[in-house]
Design a protein around this ligand. Structure first.
Ligand code: G6P
Length: 368
């Protein structure tokens, strides 16, 4: 193991640091010289894309969280209704699937039994099957009509990091391709989006330099027994992932919720010294998030804000703020998840947990 660790103490930390490279690979292998997206090896045609009237994204765990962001991207860019479902739920509820359905399975390992079973069910009902998979030649890959590979490289740590961000990259590329093919997005938006994606690996390198800063936040809060994560829009999807990372490796009871939904119940749990991560990376939702943060602060909670560089107004309301590099609202999940991964990592480390092999969890779940 030591040789493969490259000097890192844990695979998880190594894999967090491999994200810029994984994202670069995943992007450039699908990009032509002229910035068009190549679907080499994918048989789905322009007619197929025009024919779909519905998309299902089905997955488990972290891959499901990538699906939540994928839904936002596909709906926005390709203007097709998208449902995201947990694989173990999808297969037992007789979903509305036919030959006008695009079924997207997301799976790092390509061996998750629930995901595989959902895929078979969708196939039986006539859907077109496209999968976003990391392990080449895995069961999910073999049973799909088409595979959009993530180029994360092998992921060893049970808690998924680089698989998630590269899955997001695939979802953006797919959404862009579909939107472009259908003529829904204009040339300028397309060009601007591709430019943003190209800048992500460098921005992520910059963000990783804040490791010490995040370690200090983790040290301060590592004894908490409960942590909340809130956000709106794509930030809510990232909140779920941040919360999952924390509970997986530090065993802290964490909970994520769409910020606007707090007032309908969960706010009852917010009291003096409760820790809340508030993701506020969306410019058009920023004011709304600030008022959510205010409500929480008024109850004496500690708020760690995550915002874009430049949106400094958040400092007035938060206990700490972690800034991510400025970028387009749509692509913030590629960056904002990283401080949450690092926070979970350092908290687990301070608590003396087995980071790469947490108790009760398996890297790939091949039973129901
Ligand atoms: C397991 C792992 C998770 C992972 C999930 C889905 O529960 O512990 O980290 O997200 O399976 O795995 P997959 O390989 O299908 O992405």
């Amino acid at each position: 193991d030591a040789a493969e660790m490259d000097g890192y103490e844990h695979f998880m930390m190594k894999e967090i640091h491999e994200q810029p490279k994984g994202l670069y690979e995943t992007l450039t292998r699908r990009l032509n010289e002229d910035d068009t997206i190549n679907l080499d090896g994918i048989s789905m045609t322009k007619e197929d894309i025009e024919n779909f009237n519905k998309v299902y994204i089905v997955a488990c765990g972290t891959a499901y969280h990538a699906g939540l962001v994928g839904k936002a991207a596909i709906e926005k860019m390709a203007r097709i209704p998208v449902e995201v479902d947990i694989a173990s739920e999808f297969r037992y509820r007789d979903p509305f699937v036919d030959d006008k359905t695009l079924f997207i399975a997301i799976s790092q390992s390509g061996e998750t039994l629930d995901t595989l079973a959902a895929l078979r069910e969708a196939k039986r009902k006539g859907a077109r099957i496209l999968s976003v998979v990391n392990v080449v030649g895995s069961s999910v890959a073999r049973e799909s009509d088409d595979v959009f590979y993530t180029w994360a490289g092998p992921e060893i740590a049970v808690a998924s990091t680089k698989a998630y961000t590269t899955q997001l990259m695939c979802m953006y590329l797919l959404a862009l391709y579909m939107g472009h093919t259908k003529g829904v997005i204009d040339k300028d938006y397309y060009a601007r989006f591709i430019e943003e994606l190209k800048q992500i690996p460098d921005k992520l390198e910059d963000l990783l330099k804040k490791e010490k800063e995040i370690e200090a936040v983790a040290k301060k809060y590592c004894r908490k027994e409960q942590v909340f994560f809130i956000g709106r829009g794509v930030d809510s999807g990232v909140s779920y992932e941040g919360s999952l990372k924390l509970k997986e490796i530090s065993y802290i009871n964490s909970f994520a919720i769409a910020a606007g939904e707090l007032k309908h119940g969960t706010i009852a749990l917010i009291e003096e010294d409760t820790l809340v991560f508030a993701l506020a990376t969306q410019d058009f939702l920023f004011e709304k998030m600030l008022s959510n943060i205010q409500e929480i602060k008024a109850r004496g909670a500690n708020v760690v804000g995550v915002a874009k560089e430049g949106n400094r107004e958040i400092e007035k309301q938060s206990t700490e703020v972690i800034y991510i590099p400025d970028c387009m609202d749509e692509v913030t999940p590629l960056l904002s998840v990283v401080p949450l991964q690092l926070f979970a990592y350092f908290v687990a480390k301070f608590r003396g947990c087995n980071i790469d092999k947490p108790k009760n969890l398996a890297k790939s779940v091949t039973v129901e």
